[in-house]
Structure formats: C-alpha cells, structure tokens
Design a protein around this ligand. Structure first.
Ligand SMILES: Cc1cc2nc3c(=O)[nH]c(=O)nc-3n(C[C@H](O)[C@H](O)[C@H](O)COP(=O)(O)O)c2cc1C
Length: 209
C-alpha cells in the first residue's frame, strides 16, 4: 500500500478548510439524522446531524455531539428549554432537503417550512417528527456532558417512543435499514446509499481440537 504519513503537527498545519474536510471524512461513514425540536412557544426546528451515536439499549439511550455554542443554535436551545427532541433517519428521497436544514436560517424560520418537509406529532414527546422518515425516535433529555477537550457537548436522550415502518423489523428485532434506502454520510457533504453485504452470526472463539 502506498501510504502518506501525517503526524499531529502536519494535521494542525493544514489549511483550515482542508483539515476540516480531511478529518471529517477520513474517520469513516456516519449515519445522518434530522433532529426535530420545538421552542417553548411551539415554533418547530429541524437540523441535520451526523454524530448520532448509540449509548445503550437498556435503558435505550442515544446521544449526539453538538458543536461549541458560539452563536444561538435552535436545536441545542430548544432541547435545553423543553427537554425533548426527535431523531429521524434520512432516506435517499429526502437527503437534499435534509442537507438544506444545515443552512443558517433565522431563529423564527422553521426548517420544516423552508425545506418542505412535513412535521408530524407523536404521543409522548412534544417535539416534531419528520413525516417522510421511516425510522423515528422520540427522546427526552437525560444529560448534556460538556467535552472539555474542545468545547463540544455530548447530548444524551432516552427513547420515550419510536415509529418504524413495519416491514423493516425482522422477526429477531433486527431493523433492516437498507430496505428503506436509509443514507449514510461522510463528512458534511458526501451522501451514500449503504448496501448490505451479509449478516454474520455472533462471533465465537473457534473450538480447539
Ligand atoms: C451532514 C451534516 C452533518 C452535521 N452534523 C452536525 C453535528 O453532528 N453536530 C453539530 O453541532 N452540527 C452538525 N451539523 C451542522 C448543523 O446542521 C447546523 O449547525 C445547523 O444550522 C444547526 O441548526 P440549528 O441552529 O437549527 O440547531 C451538520 C451539518 C451537516 C450538513
């Protein structure tokens, strides 16, 4: 393999924009989700995030990383105000609209209207869901952990309710995301359609004979 070597200094010396693309993409594919929130007056907000991460299944906890809050950010503020948010996976059919939610719309503009995605409301969580999303989680805020290393935040929520397209749920509980054309993202602008290669059995240490 013909590899190029970078030490920390070489990475820090990169042009800012180059380093941003480089570090955001080199570390691998990520999921992309739309986080739906509403402020205390009920004004809805929607924004794309690529840092949604599984924290645990029992209790069901999901987190995401929020950048340092240097300018007012609606998702972060709304979650702090109301204690709830939704996570909506993105399909091939809506990825362009989903991407557009990252634009810096004024706080009084709802990205649902700006991007023509439909807001839908659930049963237990006041935050809005994306009607076009086949996999949706309604979350209550558990904790916000400031990350000292760089001023970002790990926002952790507990799943209060879920809506999933019925045909995606296999008999053993496996959710077959590829059947719904759920997309993945690398960095902030490379959108992919993942393909299932194979589902493998639980790995065990081979028996010695
Ligand atoms: C593909 C993609 C992924 C993103 N992921 C994150 C993320 O994980 N964390 C974050 O703080 N911002 C992320 N952003 C930026 C937010 O979408 C952007 O700041 C947005 O304006 C936030 O909206 P809000 O101010 O309404 O909360 C991402 C943007 C794109 C295009």
């Amino acid at each position: 393999m013909d590899l190029k070597y970078f030490d920390l200094k070489a990475i820090l010396d990169m042009d800012d924009m180059f380093r941003r693309y480089f570090m955001n993409t080199a570390e691998g594919f990520k999921n992309a989700a739309l986080l739906g929130t509403a402020n205390s007056d009920g004004l809805t907000n929607l924004a794309i995030f690529n840092s949604v991460v599984h924290i645990g299944a029992s209790p069901p906890l999901i987190g995401f990383i929020h950048r340092p809050v240097t300018v007012p950010k609606q998702t972060f503020t709304n979650i702090q105000q109301t204690g709830s948010f939704t996570i909506n996976l993105i399909t091939k059919g809506i990825y362009k609209k989903a991407h557009q939610t990252s634009a810096r719309y004024a706080p009084d503009i709802s990205e649902f209207e700006a991007t023509d995605l439909q807001a839908e409301f659930g049963r237990k969580v006041k935050a809005p869901y994306v009607a076009e999303s086949p996999v949706r989680f309604g979350m209550s805020l558990e904790e916000i952990i400031p990350i000292r290393s760089n001023g970002t935040y790990l926002v952790i929520g507990k799943v209060q309710e879920m809506f999933i397209r019925k045909d995606l749920i296999a008999d053993d509980g496996n959710v077959e995301l590829h059947k719904a054309d759920i997309i993945a993202v690398s960095g902030l602008d490379n959108y992919y359609l993942p393909e299932l290669i194979e589902r493998l059995p639980y790995a065990k240490v081979p028996a010695t004979t």
